[in-house]
Ligand binder design. Structure first.
Ligand code: PMP
Length: 380
């Protein structure tokens, strides 16, 4: 029992420690009215308020109702869910797709169903937290390989005693925005009889021909031993996740992926919005190139190397310095991301800027002024 007579006083100690270290987190609700210029969201293609995307959501809402009403295996699969799966699979060049209620659950489902006891899972150290958590749930032997280290993955696969192996990586690393060596990883997986799972959350809509992702860009679309996971919440301006790959994988996930089986299906409006966003992207493939071009503009302003994705990371080191810089940006009308441990390693706290295809020249002028001033006051 703690000093306040409840079992919760340890939370005060933890909160004080986090506050002293500049690591407390705050929710800041967006309110209607004058919104800051958005350099923090994942709305890479600028579609979240697009007329056709809203209409897609509204049509699905009207047709199917507000909720999915049940798990996918019971009442939560509409014809619209299946159309979205077919359309996403065709878009990235995969044989099939299975939609989940989030990218997080898609990763949990894919990794747990494709591994288990008697499997080695090799997870890249730069992988997203949902892949890390998937490893924890997997009951497999897990080996973390240094970020982007192809040789370490080869060694882990070559010296394993398990028959089956699964290698995990993001294609665009979510904190830094650079690219994983997907082609080399796939070659090694093929040589050593392993399956490669690539999280394309930050690559869909940004990398590859018309935003088809990095797997497509490096010529690996449709390879049977490669599984793609992705979210519908970034470029596709909605909510939900998807696993894309060989038809046998889809069938197995329906049988065995607990985050698929025991979770309520994705809400119909989210399905409708994602389908409409994908249709817009296919009609206007230039949006993918526009994101990269705006990201390059942001990097020039921030004085960091040209980015390989929508994510532009400006490392400032100390968490308080990053917080102060983010606050200074906000006071001048710019909403930027601020990443601190545990989202990034200690000593690499940063401003994380995300580009949007629809950033206007006027917004860019404000960004130039504010970022230049703020970063001059907060040198790395
Ligand atoms: N993977 C990566 C690389 C991500 O950045 C995210 C989202 N932040 C996810 C998975 C999880 O996706 P969702 O937000 O749809 O759960």
């Amino acid at each position: 029992m703690g000093s306040d007579g409840t079992a919760l006083s340890w939370l005060d100690d933890v909160a004080a420690e986090r506050r002293d270290a500049g690591l407390r987190r705050e929710l800041r609700p967006r309110s209607a009215g004058l919104e800051p210029v958005d350099l923090a969201s994942n709305d890479y293609l600028g579609l979240v308020r697009h007329r056709e995307v809203l209409a897609g959501a509204a049509a699905a809402l009207g047709r199917w109702g507000a909720g999915a009403t049940g798990s996918r295996l019971v009442t939560g699969t509409t014809t619209e869910h299946e159309l979205l799966e077919l359309e996403l699979a065709e878009f990235v060049g995969a044989e099939s797709g299975l939609v989940f209620s989030s990218g997080y659950t898609a990763n949990l489902g894919a990794v747990t169903a494709l591994s288990g006891k008697g499997t080695l899972v090799v997870s890249d150290a730069g992988s997203h937290a949902s892949l890390v958590d998937a490893c924890r749930l997997s009951r497999a032997r897990v080996q973390v390989s240094p970020r982007g280290d192809v040789d370490a993955v080869r060694d882990a696969l070559a010296t394993r005693t398990e028959e089956r192996a699964l290698v995990l990586t993001d294609s665009v690393y979510s904190a830094d925005g650079d690219l994983a060596p997907v082609r080399e990883l796939h070659r090694i997986c093929r040589e050593h009889g392993a399956v490669l799972l690539v999280d394309e959350a930050h690559a869909i809509g940004v990398r590859g021909d018309g935003g088809r992702g990095l797997v497509h860009e490096v010529g690996l679309a449709g390879e049977p031993d490669l599984v793609i996971t992705a979210t519908l919440s970034k470029s596709l301006a909605s909510q939900g996740g998807v696993v894309l790959g060989d038809g046998r994988i889809r069938a197995h996930l329906i049988d065995a992926a607990r985050p698929f089986i025991f979770d309520t299906g994705l809400a119909p409006a989210a399905v409708g919005a994602a389908r409409a966003a994908l249709a817009v992207l296919q009609r206007e493939p230039g949006r993918a190139a526009a994101v990269l071009s705006r990201a390059a503009d942001l990097a020039r302003i921030a004085g960091v190397p040209e980015p390989e994705s929508a994510v532009v990371s400006v490392v400032l080191g100390d968490p308080k310095r990053a917080l102060d810089a983010a606050r200074a940006c906000r006071e001048r009308g710019l909403h930027v991301g601020c990443f601190r441990p545990p989202s990034v390693p200690a000593g690499t706290s940063r401003l994380r800027l995300t580009a949007r295809a629809n950033l206007t020249d006027r917004e860019m002028a404000l960004i130039d002024q504010v970022l230049t001033d703020v970063l001059a006051g907060a040198p790395a």
